[in-house]
Design a protein around this ligand. Structure first.
Ligand SMILES: Cc1ncc(COP(=O)(O)O)c(C=O)c1O
Length: 301
């Protein structure tokens, strides 16, 4: 199915199979590529991209943080997303943008050239499980989140995902769906590819930005929850507090609110709990473009 998709590469539409890089490219062999993933949702007048402006802000911010420059303008990329979504007839699915040094770089570590930009679409399918948030089991990972004075945690760079890979692998080996990483000082940071929220006494609590990815889903939940009557708080908290939470959920572009039913040995029951359920309904209502207060988050394709 994916092989039938067309890919936008530096302004040209090319077949999926041709969207490749040399093994010795900097993006691949040094892991320096940066990327974004955002949702496409069906609306009354076609497909809409979820908060594309925020995702593009973050893409350009990742490039800035790493001293890189994209070879396509913001307007060209916006146009490219539209073109790719339309050409591939996506009504529900994901867009993945990748910016990378595609040329071979055998010795050079620092390159002056601008990044190539590729735009992929992935139609919703069972493997993505976009709209099936079955409650999951999570653990506290033995791996710590990379410190931002080592690699900026706010940059959505492929190299950072080796940290997330290790945490996920460790969790899966221990029989959990995913692992939550603590920061270098022992506070809860985030998951491998997801933010973490806990509920205590009716308040939604999450880690402040600084050493975690500026998740667009996290930002959206923090903006919308108070309008749905749920108070929010951004604070650093210990894993001990997380273990005593009333409710826990994770969040990312693919599944906006994913309830947790067990953390380490502790069952959370019922799962989803009442606040998590309310957040699931809230995001469902927003993402089906039914909430007029948040329609401006969607960009027509
Ligand atoms: C480390 C990390 N945290 C959080 C998220 C969630 O971010 P977003 O809501 O923008 O998908 C991601 C998504 O890929 C991630 O990789």
């Amino acid at each position: 199915m994916l092989e039938q998709q067309k890919v936008w590469l530096n302004g040209q539409m090319i077949p999926w199979k041709s969207a490749t890089v040399p093994i010795l490219s900097h993006g691949f062999s040094r892991g320096s590529a940066i990327f974004e993933v955002f949702g496409i949702h069906p609306g009354t007048e076609g497909a809409y991209a979820y908060r594309m402006d925020k995702h593009l802000d973050r893409l350009f911010h990742s490039a800035d943080l790493l001293g890189m420059e994209l070879g396509s303008s913001r307007e060209a990329i916006e146009d490219g997303v539209k073109k790719t979504v339309r050409e591939n007839k996506i009504s529900r699915g994901l867009v993945k943008l990748v910016a990378y040094w595609g040329e071979e770089a055998i010795i050079n570590l620092v390159l002056d050239s601008k990044l190539d930009v590729a735009i992929f679409t992935v139609p919703a399918n069972e493997d993505l499980a976009l709209d099936q948030p079955d409650p999951i089991d999570v653990c506290i990972s033995k791996w710590r989140k990379i410190r931002s004075d080592m690699i900026p945690g706010e940059a959505k760079a492929c190299a950072n995902y080796l940290n997330g890979y290790l945490a996920r692998k460790d969790a899966v080996n221990r029989g959990y769906t995913l692992g939550i990483l603590l920061d270098s000082e022992g506070y809860v940071a985030e998951g491998s590819i997801e933010s973490v929220f806990m509920v205590k006494d009716g308040t939604l609590i999450t880690t402040p930005t600084g050493n975690i990815l500026r998740s667009i889903s996290r930002m959206s939940i923090l903006e919308a929850a108070p309008k749905y009557g749920i108070p929010v708080s951004e604070e650093r908290y210990s894993p001990e507090r997380l273990l005593e939470a009333d409710e826990i959920f994770t969040s990312h572009t693919g599944i906006k609110v994913l309830p947790v039913k067990r953390i380490e040995d502790r069952e959370l029951s019922p799962s989803p709990g009442p606040v998590t359920k309310q957040m699931m309904n809230m995001m469902q209502s927003i993402c089906s473009l039914s909430d007029p207060n948040f329609k401006h988050w969607f960009h027509p394709m």
